[in-house]
Ligand binder design. Structure first.
Ligand SMILES: [Zn+2]
Length: 57
């Protein structure tokens, strides 16, 4: 599955299946992965760590 190869856009770490990720799109920010899968590979994907860093603002 494509999702197995997801990497964080920021730190380039592999993202675990059970990890909470943040996917940034032009219009929205979506948390979770259940229905994203292949679609997510073309998006900016942040792992859990980077997501937390980003939320500081
Ligand atoms: Zn990261």
């Amino acid at each position: 599955m494509l999702f197995d190869e997801l990497k964080c856009t920021s730190c380039n770490n592999n993202i675990q299946k059970n990890e909470n990720i943040t996917i940034s799109t032009n219009s929205n920010e979506i948390k979770g992965y259940t229905f994203l899968k292949g679609w997510a590979t073309g998006q900016k994907v942040l792992c859990e760590n980077c997501s937390k860093n980003l939320v500081k603002d």
